[in-house]
Design a protein around this ligand. Sequence first.
Ligand code: PLP
Length: 387
Amino acid sequence: MTVLPTDKFATKAIHAGAHIDVHGSVIEPISLSTTFKQSAPSQPIGIYEYSRSQNPNRKNLEEAIATLENGKYGLAFSSGSATTAVILQSLPQGSHSISIGDVYGGTHRYFTKVANAHGVESTFSNNLIEELPTLVKPNTRLVWIESPTNPTLKVTDIQLVVDTVKKLNKDILVVVDNTFLSPYLSNPLNFGADIVVHSATKYINGHSDVVLGVLATNSKEIYERLQFLQNAIGAIPSPFDAWLAHRGLKTLHLRVRQASLSAQKIAEFLAQDPNVIAVNYPGLESHPNRDIVKKQHRDGLGGGMISFRIKGGAEGASKFTQKTRLFTLAESLGGIESLLEVPAVMTHGGIPKEAREATGVYDDLVRLSVGIEDVDDLLADVKQALN
Ligand SMILES: *Cc1c(COP(=O)(O)O)cnc(C)c1O
């Protein structure tokens, strides 16, 4: 199926990378073959040679991701973390990178415990836009942002970061982790980012049954470098996982839209409940970055993630998470089912208390990943658990 640039998101989600094979299969079969026949030495019959280098299901997914992110090129990896690792591996030895402070824990770990071992030094900033001019050094090659942040949902003006960085040095790459929004809500390449990355484990696959990572870019040079590393390092997804993630992505627009609309109602309810101290949700008019949200997110939607401080301290948070019926107490996010967790002792448990609280991750903070169950049932569940 050829997708036109003028096609809307839903049409692209369903048809991008969805090619009809020689048998006319409407859904592409899963191609498990590790190797592909050649007609003469070094002359493959088609475009495939060996499945680590390229595989039909992975290629379909990569094409779909590139299309949905308004990029020219897409690449898929065995996890979001492998995607991060490959990007950081692509930096020259002795280079410097700058990241927002409350970046995903695994990304922080890679910067500080792995990338440094191959000579890439990193700086973290909780006030990136203002501090960039003083943080950028002659060897700075990368700026990493995540918007909204996890779990306090601060939103960064991507265009402003790009403009500031490129003015300082146009060779510095700006990478945006877009996992929390998905390509349906925001397309960082539109705002000038060089690379957009996702843990497709979350919204893109959307069914909590695949671990996978993807990236998209408009630069041929970046694509070729990262594709070389994808093959050289070999952290690739299996054909089955690529096929599943591609299947999941076809309903991305329906899932993310519903999750956002439901999250909006739940956040508005939480904001007026006397048992709640504060609510972080980009869809609320009271959100400190609401003006950026309106410019950067589709229809100003806030996404499916909410965090809030509950009365009663750590104990209050712990009790609440054990009283919900529909929200399952578990890490991760972005699936069809609603989940909740207490970041201070779960996803962010490894961060020292002071550093944690400096970014707003208090002991009484509860994070919700709103799924696509009926919103009335979800609201009733939150209400009864709060009571
Ligand atoms: C989960 C996540 C990752 C890591 O992805 P994996 O697929 O678990 O390796 C990176 N960034 C964000 C924002 C995430 O939520």
